[in-house]
Design a protein around this ligand. Structure first.
Ligand SMILES: [Zn+2]
Ligand SMILES: [Zn+2]
Length: 311
C-alpha cells in the first residue's frame, strides 16, 4: 500500500519506463494511488492509452510531459527538466513541436549507433528501434550492443562509462531541444502548468536555487518539491534537507508545489508508485492554484479554452 494516494511523476514505455501505460495504471490502482501523473520524457505518446486505462481502473490521470531542455549556462539551466501538467495532448501546437523533438531524438540515436559502428561494434539499427515503443533510448542501444558483441562488456554500466555516458566516446548531443522559455510557453499554450522538476537532482555544479529563481522569472509556475532524492544515487543527497529548502523557496517565490516518485519501474529503483507524492489537501491546492492562474492567465490559456477539458 502506497504512502501517498497522489503521485504526479511516473514514466511509461513511451519513454524510458519499463511499464506500458496500461501496466503502470494497473500498478497504481493496486497500490491505491488514485491520482497518477504521467510525465514521459519529451513525448505525450503514452497519454491516450493511460487515460483510457485510468477510466477503467478508477485512477485519475494527470496528463503530463517532461522536457529535457537546451543548456543555458548563464542561467544555470544545464540538464534541467521541465514538467508540464494538465496539458491537452492533442493541442496542435504541442503535437507539432513534439514531432520536431522526436525527429531530433531519432537523429541523435542514429548518430550514436553510427559512432559505435565506427568503433567496430555490431549494432543493428532495426533491432534498437524494435526494442522501444517510441524513440529508443541509450539503454536500448546498450542492450543491443551487449547482445551482439559478446564478451566485450561485463555489464550495461560499462557501456555507459566507456561509450554512451555524457562524456564518453560515442556520446552525441541532441540536435533539437527547447529552451526553458520556449518549453514554458509551449506548455501554457497547450493549457498546461509548467513545473521545474526535482531541483535537488542535477549535477552538483549548477545552483538549483539560482536556476529556480531564473525559471520563475521566465514564467515557470510550479516546482517539484516532494521528490525521493535518495533514489538513483544523486550527488544532491539527503531527501529531507532538499525538500525543506525547496519548500521554503517555493513559498518565497509563490510557486505551486508538486510531487511524485519519478517511477521508471527499473529493478534498481528504490521507490514504487506512491512512495512519494502529495496529500489530498496539497493536490486540491495545486488544482485550485492552477485554476486561479488560468483565470488571470495569458491570452494563450484563453485561446486553448475550447480544446482543454481542464480549462
Ligand atoms: Zn527528470
Ligand atoms: Zn522523470
Amino acid at each position: 500500500m502506497a504512502q501517498f494516494s497522489i503521485d504526479l511523476h511516473a514514466h511509461t514505455t513511451a519513454s524510458d519506463g519499463t511499464h506500458s501505460p496500461t501496466g503502470l495504471v494497473r500498478r497504481a490502482a493496486d497500490r491505491n494511488v488514485r491520482v497518477l501523473g504521467i510525465a514521459d520524457h519529451d513525448t505525450v505518446g503514452g497519454l491516450a492509452e493511460a487515460m483510457a486505462a485510468g477510466k477503467q481502473a478508477g485512477v485519475e490521470i494527470v496528463p503530463g510531459v517532461e522536457f529535457s531542455l537546451r543548456h543555458e549556462y548563464d542561467k544555470d539551466f544545464v540538464g534541467i527538466h521541465l514538467l508540464g501538467y494538465f496539458i491537452e495532448p492533442e493541442s496542435p501546437v504541442l503535437v507539432e513541436v513534439m514531432e520536431e523533438v522526436k525527429q531530433g531524438r531519432v537523429d541523435q540515436k542514429l548518430k550514436q549507433i553510427e559512432k559505435l559502428t565506427s568503433f567496430g561494434f555490431v549494432v543493428p539499427v532495426d533491432e534498437v528501434f524494435a526494442r522501444a515503443s517510441g524513440v529508443p533510448g541509450r539503454p536500448h542501444i546498450a542492450a543491443v550492443l551487449m547482445e551482439h558483441n559478446p564478451g566485450r562488456f561485463e555489464n550495461i554500466q560499462q557501456i555507459f562509462d566507456e561509450y554512451l555516458g555524457t562524456h564518453a566516446k560515442a556520446h552525441v548531443g541532441r540536435s533539437f531541444a527547447l529552451t526553458l522559455a520556449e518549453a514554458t510557453e509551449l506548455i501554457k499554450q497547450a493549457g498546461g502548468l509548467p513545473v521545474f522538476a526535482h531541483p535537488g537532482a542535477y549535477d552538483a555544479d549548477i545552483d538549483p536555487i539560482f536556476a529556480l529563481r531564473q525559471a520563475k522569472a521566465e514564467g515557470v509556475e510550479g516546482v517539484e518539491v516532494y521528490y525521493p532524492y535518495q533514489k538513483g544515487h544523486r550527488p544532491a543527497g539527503n531527501t529531507g534537507s532538499w525538500i525543506g529548502r525547496i519548500e521554503a523557496v517555493a513559498r518565497e517565490l509563490d510557486l505551486l508545489p508538486t510531487g511524485g516518485t519519478d517511477f521508471h519501474g527499473r529493478d534498481h529503483d528504490a521507490v514504487d508508485l506512491g512512495d512519494m507524492g502529495l496529500t489530498g489537501k496539497q493536490y486540491t491546492r495545486l488544482v485550485e492554484g492552477w485554476q486561479c492562474l488560468r483565470e488571470r492567465g495569458s491570452s494563450n490559456f484563453k485561446e486553448n479554452k475550447k480544446q482543454n477539458p481542464y480549462i
